[in-house]
Write a protein that binds this ligand. Structure first.
Ligand code: GLC
Length: 432
C-alpha cells in the first residue's frame, strides 16, 4: 500500500483553479502517481492492517519522547500507531495532503495541519468535525487565534497542537562584550551588527527565512507589520517594510544567500556561531541551547524588533491535528488526536522539542518555566501574534505573496509594484 509521492508536482496543483476543477485535476494526478509508483509497492514494508497512521512534520531532535507518548496511547487503546514523517517545509506537506486527500486516501488517519490550512481542508470536506473534543474548559484555556483557525462555520475541524510566533535570537555574549542591550528597534539591530563586526568582520549580521516559500511570507509580513503597514496596495508603511527587507541585503546586514534560507539552515548557521541575530520560531531555543551546541549558554531571545514608533509584530504559526474524513478508523483516530493535543502531551512535547503549547494553563507550569526561561514572556507574545489572512483560498494567495516578496528581496520588483499585484490577486480570490 502506498501514498502519493511528494515528487508528483504539477502546475495543476497551483490551486488557483476553481475548487471543482482543482479537485478533478488532483484526482487525475493522484491516480497517475499511484500507477507510476505501483511498481515500488512490492519493495515496501507491509502495513499492519489494524495500525493507525499518524502523519506529521519531520521532528528535529530525539524521536523517543514522541514515541513514548504514542506508546502510552497504544497500550491504553490496544491499537498500533505508525508515525510517518513528512518533510519540514509546510508547502511540501500541503502538496502531499492536497493530492492524497483529493483522491480520498485512506492511507493515513491523523494528520498535522499548518495553521493556515484548516479553513481550506474543512471547506473541501477532507477533515472530520472534532467539535466534540473541544470542551468549554478547552475553549477558555486555548489561545484565541489557534482556536479561531481550527474553526470553520462554527465547528472545530482540528485541535491546536502547538503554536509558533516569530522571535529574535541573539548572541548574548557578543552583545554584552560591546555593552549592548538586545535590540528593540531595527535601527538598534543594524547598529549592533555594525559594532560587533568591527572586531568580527566574518560574522553574518541577521539571518532569517528568505527563500521563496511559506516562511518568506511570515518574515515579509513581519517586516511590513513592524513598519506599521499591512497588505493594502501602496500604503507607504507597507512599502517601507518591504524596502527595509531588501535593504537588509543591499546594506550587508544579511548575507545575499538569505534568499536560500529556510528555518533549519538559518538555525544551523546561527548555531555554528556564524551570525549575530536569527529570526526563528520557538523550537530553535532547545536546539541552540542543547549540550554540545556551539552557542550553548550564549544565546538570548526577545521579541522581533520594530521600526521606531511602531509596535513589534510576530507572525502567528503553529500546527493542528486533524482526522482524515476518509479514515477507516475514525473513532480511535479522533481519540489519538485528542490525546496528543491534551495538556499532558503538550507539556511533554514542549519539554522535548520546545513546541509551544497553545494552552494558557501550561505557561504557569514550573517545570516548563525552568526548561524554557523565556516562557512567561512567550505567552504574551504568542497571544499577540498576528495571523496570516484566514481564508479557504489562503494557499493560492500565498503563491502570489511568495513570488512577489521574493522578487522584491532579489531586487527584481519595487515594493509598490509588488503590493499592487498582491492587492489585485486578493480581489480576484475574494470574488471566487
Ligand atoms: C512554521 C509555522 C507555520 C509556518 C511555517 C513557515 O512551521 O508553524 O505556521 O507556515 O513555519 O515556514
Amino acid at each position: 500500500m502506498i501514498g502519493v509521492s511528494l515528487d508528483a508536482r504539477s502546475p495543476s496543483v497551483r490551486l488557483a483553479a476553481p475548487a471543482a476543477r482543482r479537485r478533478g485535476a488532483l484526482r487525475a494526478l493522484a491516480a497517475l502517481s499511484i500507477a507510476a509508483l505501483a511498481a515500488a509497492c512490492g519493495r515496501q514494508e507491509p502495513r499492519r492492517p489494524d495500525a493507525l497512521v499518524f502523519r506529521h512534520p519531520k521532528l528535529f531532535g530525539d524521536p523517543e519522547p514522541l514515541d513514548r507518548l504514542v506508546g502510552q496511547f497504544e497500550r491504553a487503546h490496544g491499537v498500533a500507531v505508525r508515525r510517518e514523517a513528512l518533510p519540514a517545509a509546510s508547502d511540501e506537506q500541503h502538496l502531499f495532503y492536497a493530492i492524497n486527500l483529493a483522491a480520498e486516501t485512506t492511507e493515513f488517519d491523523v494528520l498535522a495541519l499548518d495553521t493556515i490550512w484548516a479553513a481550506e481542508f474543512a471547506q473541501a470536506g477532507w477533515l472530520r468535525d472534532l467539535s466534540a473534543h473541544v470542551s468549554a474548559a478547552d475553549e477558555r484555556d486555548l489561545f484565541a487565534a489557534p482556536l479561531a483557525s481550527v474553526t470553520w462555520r462554527a465547528r472545530r475541524y482540528a485541535l491546536p497542537w502547538f503554536v509558533d510566533a516569530g522571535l529574535l535570537y541573539y548572541r548574548a555574549d557578543l552583545l554584552a562584550a560591546e555593552g549592548l542591550a538586545p535590540p528593540r528597534t531595527w535601527t538598534d539591530l543594524a547598529q549592533a551588527v555594525r559594532r560587533v563586526r568591527v572586531s568580527q568582520p566574518a560574522l553574518h549580521g541577521f539571518v532569517w527565512q528568505g527563500k521563496q516559500y511559506e516562511g518568506l511570507v511570515c518574515n515579509a509580513l513581519e517586516f511590513i507589520w513592524s513598519h506599521g503597514g499591512d497588505l493594502d496596495a501602496g500604503a507607504p508603511a507597507a512599502v517601507r517594510g518591504l524596502a527595509f527587507m531588501r535593504a537588509l541585503v543591499t546594506d550587508g546586514l544579511s548575507p545575499p544567500y538569505v534568499t536560500t534560507l529556510t528555518e533549519e539552515p538559518a538555525r544551523v548557521l546561527f548555531g555554528r556561531a556564524r551570525a549575530l541575530f536569527l529570526r526563528n520560531w520557538p523550537y530553535a531555543w532547545s536546539l541552540l541551547q542543547r549540550a554540545g551546541s556551539e552557542v550553548e549558554g550564549r544565546v538570548g531571545v526577545c521579541p522581533l524588533p520594530h521600526a521606531p514608533g511602531h509596535p513589534a509584530a510576530a507572525a502567528l504559526g503553529g500546527w493542528h491535528l486533524g482526522v482524515n474524513a476518509f479514515s477507516r478508523h475514525a473513532a480511535v483516530a479522533e481519540k489519538l488526536a485528542a490525546f496528543l493535543c491534551a495538556a499532558p502531551a503538550q507539556k511533554a512535547l514542549a519539554l522535548a522539542y520546545g513546541y509551544s503549547a497553545p494552552r494558557r494553563s501550561l505557561y504557569a507550569d514550573p517545570e516548563l518555566a525552568a526548561a524554557q526561561p523565556f516562557l512567561a514572556s512567550l505567552a504574551t507574545l504568542l497571544e499577540a501574534a498576528r495571523p496570516r489572512p484566514v481564508s479557504p483560498h489562503y494557499v493560492a494567495l500565498s503563491q502570489v505573496l511568495q513570488s512577489e516578496f521574493s522578487a522584491v528581496l532579489s531586487g527584481r520588483r519595487a515594493p509598490a509594484g509588488a503590493l499592487g499585484a498582491i492587492a489585485r490577486a486578493r480581489r480576484v480570490l475574494e470574488a471566487v
